[in-house]
Structure formats: C-alpha cells, structure tokens
Ligand binder design. Structure first.
Ligand code: ADP
Ligand code: MG
Length: 245
C-alpha cells in the first residue's frame, strides 16, 4: 500500500531549483532511503514534505489525503512526524519531562478521563513506554543537555514518535555519531519500522544498505532512479555519480 506520494515537487531558491519536479513514493511499513551528494536537495525535500517550506509546485498525498497545502501541525495530525536534529529537545529539562511534554502535546481524546489522576498516570505510562522504546529508561531523570550526542538523538526520535506517526522523516540521524552510537541508531530505526514507515536521509551507506527496503537517488534536485538496495548497489549510473566506484 502506498502511504506517501510526492508528485512533481518543485522548490526554487532564486532561479535555481533545489528540487526539480521530484516524484517518488513511500509504501506503508517500508524504510525508504533518500541518498545523493551534498546539495542534491534531500533536506529541501524533507522540508517540503513536513511543510516547513512551501512548495512552488507539485502535490503531496498521505494515505490518500491531499496534504499539499496543510500547515506543518496539520501534517503531524495527519500522520507525518520528523526529527529536528536535537534542536527540538528541551535541553534544560530532564528526559522524563521532555517525554511527558511530548506525550501531552499529542494526547488528544485518549487521555481525557473523568479522573485527572487516571489521566496523569496514563500520560506517565505513555512517556515511560517512549523512554523504553528508545532505550533511555535509565536516563529518565537526567537533564537532556548532559546526555551524550547519541542519546540526545534518541530523545529527539522519541519526541517525534510521540505523535504516533504513520511516516517518520529522519534527516541524517547518524550525523556526528561514532560506530557504537550509529549501530544503536540502526537498531532503533529497525525496531520503529514495525510501527511506521520511515523516510531516511543518510550519508552512512552501510546503514542505508542495512536498513532500506527501497532507495531513491537524488542528483541536482532530480530523482535519478529508485529501487531496492540490491538494485541501487548494482546500478552503474548510481555508482558513477554517487558511490564513486
Ligand atoms: P542536501 O540536503 O541534499 O545536501 P539541500 O536540500 O540542503 O541539499 O540543498 C539543495 C540546494 O538548495 C543547494 O544548492 C542549497 O544551497 C540550496 N538551498 C537549500 N536551502 C536553501 C535556502 N534556505 N536558501 C537558499 N538556497 C538553499
Ligand atoms: Mg541535507
């Protein structure tokens, strides 16, 4: 089943198109990786999909609904979440406080119980479940700013999945990580796929080839090709322009 369809997306900065009639789709339950050289337009595409930037042309549908003109918060409500590379975490709050705030922000009707205490307990349970999912239970009382980089990224992921997205957008989640943290992030992304589709932008090709069900290659704002990891690895054109072999 197709979850997200991007059709002929255009974004220009001045005269130059950063994304030039980009079309691709993400299926429900898949990890779809977007790769390409620096400046190819990957982050611009994520910004168009999350609604941070208005598109100059093209359409976006999520689960059959036209979200092309939705503001970012409506896209979140429709099932699209993104990570913001740590900038969305509250650095002076503890991990637990961050997670409680995120759960509360997306709580909606499921937490409106007659008894306030029941509601508080349900929020706490949901926040603790988030901590467990990203393996930060032991850091519950730690101030977010004091966490190592990899743990901050995991917290950022937890804040994004608090909205229970159908599709999670991850723009270079392994950036700045060493091999141990990267391996943990790979394992986390793989677990998340059980509950949501993921659009993954990542330069770490080992991680991409481990995780991606399908890969789209972006070059100069255009989709060069899309295919399975095996197809992309074997593609002579991709090797020439990107993998450099
Ligand atoms: P990638 O994430 O693939 O490295 P980007 O989407 O960040 O690429 O950038 C694509 C192109 O758009 C680049 O040429 C970049 O300089 C340009 N660009 C991106 N954001 C802006 C902006 N806010 N203003 C002007 N040009 C931008
Ligand atoms: Mg980028």
């Amino acid at each position: 089943m197709t979850l997200l369809v991007a059709h002929q997306l255009v974004k220009r900065f001045g005269a130059l198109p950063a994304t030039d009639h980009v079309s691709f789709s993400v299926n429900a339950g898949e990890i779809h990786a977007l790769i390409g050289p620096n400046g190819a337009g990957k982050s611009t595409l994520v910004n168009l999909i999350s609604g941070l930037l208005p598109a100059d042309g093209g359409t976006l549908t999520l689960d059959g609904a036209d979200i092309t003109h939705f503001a970012p918060h409506r896209r979140v409500a429709a099932g699209l979440s993104r990570c913001f590379q740590v900038t969305s975490i509250f650095a002076r709050q503890t991990v637990g406080e961050n997670l409680l705030l995120a759960v509360q922000a997306h709580a909606g009707s499921s937490f409106r119980f007659a008894q306030r205490r029941d509601s508080d307990l349900a929020l706490l349970a949901a926040a603790q479940e988030l901590a467990r999912r990203v393996t930060l239970e032991a850091d519950w009382d730690r101030v977010a700013a004091t966490l190592p980089h990899g743990a901050q990224r995991k917290l950022d992921v937890a804040l994004a999945i608090a909205a229970r997205p159908k599709l999670l957008l991850l723009d270079e989640p392994m950036a700045g990580m060493g091999p141990v943290e990267s391996a943990q992030m790979v394992a986390l992304i793989r677990r998340l796929r059980e509950d949501m589709a993921i659009l993954l932008i990542e330069h770490d090709m080992d991680a991409v080839f481990q995780l991606a069900d399908r890969i789209s290659v972006l070059v100069y704002g255009k989709v060069l090709t899309s295919g399975t990891a095996a197809e992309i690895q074997a593609d002579a054109q991709v090797q020439a322009v990107y993998l450099g072999t």
